[in-house]
Design a protein around this ligand. Structure first.
Ligand code: BG6
Length: 468
């Protein structure tokens, strides 16, 4: 069981409570927090969403979400947990705010006026502005924290509009823009391993690193979320959100300290140094059959795959390509960050290409893997590649926390180290702008493959480490 200070009583309003994200991620994370004793002594979760859902139906919905996406509800925790659930659907945008206003009032009466109020917007980005306005209009913004999912904006222009609208209602200290890739245990090891170990700290630069690959292929389909996906695509869903934030974690300069504000500053400020993407260094793809899915427009030009070469304009990284790749219906599901090290100067000629790689697996509980060139046993001098693998679950007795569990706990305790910042996001959209305005021609790829062949050239001379 994790040990941490218990947060003060909280009222948690979950918008989009019957939607896909809440079902898969937010509700299971909330239940895990309850199981691990990481929620406040007392709390309420008020689900909000379109239409009216009877209280018992909502409780049933939460139970089914846990059955399907875990952790399985046991009698003891569930018995307590279900008592804290409420549903207050519909009409929040109306002048009187609908049933949610009364539900919050009631929860305040139960928990005390000092209870913190947390709004969690598990809704598509198009709904962010209206919901934020309503939160302000109904007097629910004061001292509240508001959680926004990614993508925060869909272009430079829409980001500015959203940012303005949010700051009309909220102070920056109340805003929690989350990106769950930052909440992954192994992502945080990118800075812990680096700054806590001389050997890695010393090699974290262009003198030692030849290329960085952030590679997140997925076998996953999009059939159960076609509406969201067809309006989003791989560039917005993954590239300029998750993969950019992970790239920032790799590329950042040392923070002034490991305090949350300094960590956040180090990560977010490096994004200003991302060179705007050159559309000639980006490959976009769409898997064959995508347009035949129910809910996808026949002539859809949505990208389900993207591979990009990103450059980080700092003395530390000048000339080192950051290769980013992700896509749906690919051959494997993996989430890896690899630092490919330069060959040492010395007596050896050609070394095996996949030796000398420090790899972080972000998926599952996370793993660190150092690949080294070593002598193959036997007579003579043949080289082989050995690997030292550290599953993060073996680092200590604690269980690795799923990313949403960590992030929601951060919101409850006010830890902002993994929250994205508006200056960083402004630079994200600046770097994405050339690609969004001049999109490369979409290439079709076969489901189960590694995507369009054109992406191979981007990764030359090493090639993509996965799927070779
Ligand atoms: C989500 C994307 O944010 O991250 C999905 O919308 C993607 O398209 C998912 O599949 C991948 O993350 P994870 O950690 O759930 O595998």
């Amino acid at each position: 069981m994790a040990t941490a200070r218990r947060p003060t009583p909280a009222i948690f309003v979950l918008y989009g409570a019957t939607g896909d994200l809440a079902r898969r991620m937010v509700l299971p994370a909330f239940y895990t927090l309850a199981e691990q004793g990481l929620l406040p002594e007392d709390w309420r979760l008020i689900g909000s969403g379109r239409g009216d859902v009877a209280h018992e139906d909502f409780v049933g919905h939460v139970h089914r979400s846990l059955e399907q996406f875990g952790p399985k509800p046991d009698n003891r925790t569930w018995g307590q947990f279900r008592k804290k659930l409420r549903f207050a659907g519909g009409d929040f945008a109306n002048d009187d705010g609908g049933p949610l206003i009364e539900a919050v009032r009631q929860a305040r009466q139960d928990l005390g006026e000092d209870a913190q109020l947390i709004h969690y917007l598990a809704v598509p980005p198009q709904a962010f502005i209206d919901l934020t306005d309503s939160i302000g209009k109904h007097g629910l913004a004061e001292n509240a924290r508001v959680v926004y999912e990614k993508p925060f904006g869909t272009s430079r222009k829409s980001f500015r509009q959203l940012d303005r609208a949010v700051h009309q209602v909220l102070d920056e200290s109340q805003v929690y823009r989350i990106d769950h890739f930052l909440g992954k245990e192994a992502t945080q090891d990118l800075h812990v391993l680096r700054f806590a170990n001389r050997v890695f700290e010393g090699m974290w630069n262009r003198d030692h690193v030849r290329a960085v690959q952030i590679d997140c292929p997925e076998t996953l389909d999009v059939a159960d979320r076609t509406d969201f996906y067809d309006h989003t695509g791989a560039v917005l869903d993954m590239l300029v959100t998750h993969l950019f934030q992970v790239a920032a974690e790799v590329a950042m300069e040392p923070p002034a300290s490991l305090e949350p504000a300094d960590l956040q500053a180090a990560r977010e400020s490096i994004i200003a140094k991302f060179r705007p993407l050159d559309p000639d260094e980006v490959v976009l793809g769409q898997f064959a059959g995508y347009r035949d899915l129910d809910g996808i427009a026949r002539g859809s030009k949505t990208d389900t795959y993207v591979a990009a070469r990103l450059w980080v304009n700092t003395p530390r990284w000048r000339g080192v390509p950051f290769l980013l790749r992700t896509g749906k219906r690919l051959a494997e599901t993996r989430q890896t960050v690899s630092l490919i090290l330069r060959d040492p100067v010395g007596p050896f000629g050609d070394l095996p290409p996949d030796g000398n790689v420090l790899r972080f697996a972000l998926d599952g509980s996370g793993e660190i893997d150092l690949r080294m060139v070593a002598k193959a046993p036997g007579v003579g001098l043949k080289l082989g590649v050995a690997s030292a693998r550290v599953p993060i679950s073996e680092v200590a007795a604690e269980e690795p926390l799923p990313p949403y569990v960590r992030l929601i706990h951060d919101v409850l305790t006010g830890d902002r180290s993994l929250v994205t910042r508006p200056d960083g996001l402004a630079h994200v959209w600046k770097a994405a702008d050339p690609l969004l305005s001049t999109r490369p021609r979409l290439k079709t790829y076969q489901p189960g493959s590694w995507g369009p062949a054109a992406a191979k050239k981007l990764a030359a001379p090493d090639g993509w480490l996965l799927g070779q």
